[in-house]
Design a protein around this ligand. Structure first.
Ligand code: NAP
Length: 255
């Protein structure tokens, strides 16, 4: 599918990779609905996108809130006539061990249910709601073809300290496989990218020695860039024979 034919929602578009994806899809001619919780970040994105080849509009929406997602999809249809694409990019992490023994009290400190649920809500329920609403609109309106790209993580393989995040990101890969199978009859393809460690605001402020340690399992010994993940998104959109599969873009990282 041509990028210039996309009327596409990018979630988590105010910062990091989502911002890069939204801006560059619009530069390449797509009509982009950039959504996020961060109003200031969206405003500065809209300003930067004022002279793109395509179009970029913004909306504030929490991907974990059903009514927000329904409104976001309707606003996209109102702005562009329909919607035929989605990048499920919004994500958070709240790391912690499942249990950790407090040496003084000899009591186990546990990952709280709140910490578990907050990540599942944004990183798994969010893509479920967004994909469901975009697919429902496409099926009802007869819009086809369409493409949905999910952003997972190398943590999908199971990363210590990330019970919540690993579960959500692995679940997203499983859902990509089944959504690809379920939605093919409606002309909708679904792909997923599992990035390794990427240079975004999440990592800024990290101590250099921590960063060095983090890169030890990465054979290419550097962070990836948002552009390198965007190359994967372009491939998934443009290759009409790709669906239900995961592309690992992680410098060869093994965890
Ligand atoms: P980022 O810079 O923190 O950007 C994420 C954006 O999502 C932020 O603007 C954030 O807004 C927004 N967001 C958070 N919760 C949201 C919600 N409930 N609804 C809507 N928007 C929400 O992150 P990033 O590093 O670019 O990561 C983007 C995606 O790649 C995430 O799914 C992440 O898990 C995945 N990933 C990142 C890396 C990496 O190394 N950076 C590696 C693998 C996978 P606020 O700032 O207001 O919270």
């Amino acid at each position: 599918m041509e990028i210039s034919a996309m009327k596409i929602i990018v979630t988590g578009a105010a910062s990091g990779m989502g911002r890069y994806f939204a801006l560059n899809l619009a530069k390449q001619g797509a009509s982009v609905m950039a959504s996020d919780l961060d109003a200031d970040g969206l405003a500065s994105l809209a300003e930067e996108a004022s002279d793109v080849a395509g179009a970029l509009v913004t909306t504030i929406a929490n991907v974990a809130v059903e009514d927000d997602v329904i409104r976001m999809v309707q606003e996209t249809v109102d702005a562009f006539g329909t919607v035929n694409g989605l990048v499920n990019n919004a994500g958070i992490f709240r790391d912690g061990l499942l249990v950790k023994l407090d040496k003084e009290t000899k009591k186990a400190r546990k990952m709280s249910l709140k910490k578990w649920q907050s990540v599942i809500d944004v990183d798994l329920t969010g893509p479920f709601l967004c994909t469901r609403e975009v697919a429902a609109h496409m099926v009802e309106s007869g819009t086809k073809p369409g493409v949905i790209v999910n952003i997972s993580s190398v943590s999908r393989h199971g990363n210590m300290g990330q019970s919540n995040y690993s579960a959500a990101k692995a679940g997203l890969v499983a859902d990509t496989k089944l959504w690809g199978a379920e939605l093919a009859r409606h002309g909708i393809r679904v792909g997923v990218i599992a990035p390794g460690f990427i240079d975004t605001p999440i990592l800024q402020g990290m101590r250099p020695e921590m960063l060095e340690k983090m890169l030890l399992p990465v054979p290419l010994r550097r962070l990836g860039t948002p552009h390198e993940i965007f190359q994967g998104i372009k491939f998934i959109i443009e290759c009409d024979y790709f669906t239900g599969r995961c592309i690992d873009i992680d410098g060869g990282c093994v965890i």
